[in-house]
Design a protein around this ligand. Structure first.
Ligand code: FCB
Length: 452
């Protein structure tokens, strides 16, 4: 039995990318070094030593890329601004040429009927700021607010949707505690300090947006993982609750409740950390009211009790037979519905966007020149249905950004995982829309799809 499911009339269908992952032109027009340039150029940090030096060369090809988005029919494009293009040395000296690129991009988008949705920080901190401690230095908050104000002033009349930070869990813990992302440190105390300042800068940037008098919407983007016990035992349930504090509540609670979760504070303290970086007024600033929450959903975490530092361990490989993507992420569309329903239950009714969802598969160009990606089509179909189920449950879901428009530099994984609905032939930079592109185009045109 199939049935046609529909989305609300003004549902914002979009695609997403980020600056370091697609722009290339790393040394051009005065762009400064970012922590991802430094990290990816450090031997051993990324697969095959891949870097974002050239990436998809979007910096030069943005006009054609936007035309392709228009052909797809998306109503919005979520991209991020590279801070070191605007402030190469992390200070207050504005590099006009860097800003001009985003002016051109926004103009092109509007000309082609695609609404720009801007992320201020998708992990490419100016290296000059890292040299002064990066996010562990409280002064970076003021630098970020200043950078945000520049963008509100320059683009605020044409950009109606703003996102402060992308996934502070990844930037904070993977970059400063696990060491697998830039800047590559492995110290829990530094990570917690860095996250505090990331969240503080989110609140300050929201306040600065209100003060700018612009009338668009602003929010934050979090990576959220439903967290399940591996076995239905009291120990594993407690481990799952603990892990949920680490990935989800450590970010949701400050932003929506002006507090850090007590159980997670205790776990971090038991692991030797001190919560000594919270100053008067910080918690209120971090909870500055936002207009929406951006949800990046990829996969759930399955957790069991263990004697490790925090008392849990994450199951690394799904059971045989469980469907996964090319990099082993479990495919569980209902986790998206569950995440949205949980957010409303725990943090209140508010507008949501799915700001990222997508999957890497082993795509290739067939002899006839086409790229067929049935697994991605199926992945997207099932996640769209899951999103629509959340809407049916009364969740105020306003839009959906597929990750990603283009195959791109997937951080430490380099260029091997292909997440795009458009294939990028890196040696020639030719763009080849995949079957999933046509599938998505049809979904957008119908504002719905057939569900089995
Ligand atoms: C998210 C990131 C995005 C991309 C996708 C696959 O965590 O925000 O840049 O790497 O995962």
């Amino acid at each position: 039995m199939t049935r046609q499911i529909q989305f609300p009339p003004d549902f914002l269908w979009g695609v997403a990318t980020s600056s370091y992952q697609i722009e290339g032109a790393a040394g051009e027009d005065g762009r400064g070094e970012s922590i991802w340039d430094r990290f990816s150029h450090t031997p051993g940090k990324t697969s095959n030593g891949d870097t974002g030096d050239v990436a998809c060369d979007h910096y030069h090809r943005y006009a054609d890329d936007v035309d392709l988005m228009a052909a797809l029919g998306v109503r919005a494009y979520r991209f991020s601004v590279a801070w070191p293009r605007l402030y190469p040395d992390g200070g207050t000296r504005l590099n006009r040429k860097g800003l001009d690129f985003y002016q051109r991009l926004v103009d092109r988008l509007l000309d082609r009927g695609v609404a720009p949705a801007v992320t201020l920080y998708h992990w490419d901190l100016p290296q000059a700021l890292q040299d002064r401690g990066g996010w562990t230095n409280r002064d970076t908050v003021a630098r970020f607010t200043h950078y945000a104000e520049t963008l509100y002033h320059a683009l605020g009349d044409r950009v109606g949707l703003w996102m402060t930070h992308n996934e502070p869990w990844v930037a904070g813990f993977l970059g400063n505690f696990r060491g697998v992302h830039a800047p590559g440190s492995t110290d829990l105390q530094s990570a917690l300090r860095a996250i505090h300042h990331l969240l503080l800068s989110h609140g300050e940037a929201v306040a600065a947006y209100r003060a700018s008098g612009q009338s668009g919407q602003i929010g934050i983007v979090l990576s959220l993982h439903p967290t399940y016990p591996v076995n239905d035992t009291q120990q594993d349930r407690a481990a799952a609750e603990g892990s949920d504090g680490y990935t989800n509540r450590w970010f949701l609670d400050p932003v929506f409740r002006a507090s850090y979760p007590t159980d997670t504070v205790e776990r971090f303290q038991r692991a030797g950390a001190r919560i000594d970086f919270v100053e008067d007024g910080d918690l209120a600033t971090m909870a500055e009211p936002t207009d929406f929450l951006g949800v990046n959903y990829y996969f759930p975490r399955r957790v069991s009790a263990s004697g490790s530092e925090f008392g849990w361990k994450v199951k690394e490989h799904p059971d045989p037979g469980v469907p996964t993507t090319a990099i082993g992420w479990e495919i569980t569309p209902e986790g998206l519905t569950e995440t949205l329903v949980r957010l409303r239950a725990d943090y209140g009714d508010m507008p949501f966007y799915v700001t990222e969802n997508g999957a890497p598969f082993h795509d290739q160009i067939d002899p006839d020149g086409q790229v067929r990606d049935p697994a991605r089509v199926d992945f997207l179909r099932r996640h769209f249905v899951a999103a629509q189920q959340a809407i049916e449950a009364g969740i105020d879901l306003r839009g959906y950004f597929v990750w990603s428009f283009l195959d791109n530099f997937e951080w430490a994984f380099g260029y091997t995982p292909r997440f795009g609905i458009v294939y990028v032939d890196y040696p020639t930079q030719r763009r080849i829309p995949k079957d999933s592109f046509r599938f998505y185009r049809d979904v957008i045109a119908a504002n719905g799809l057939e569900s089995e």
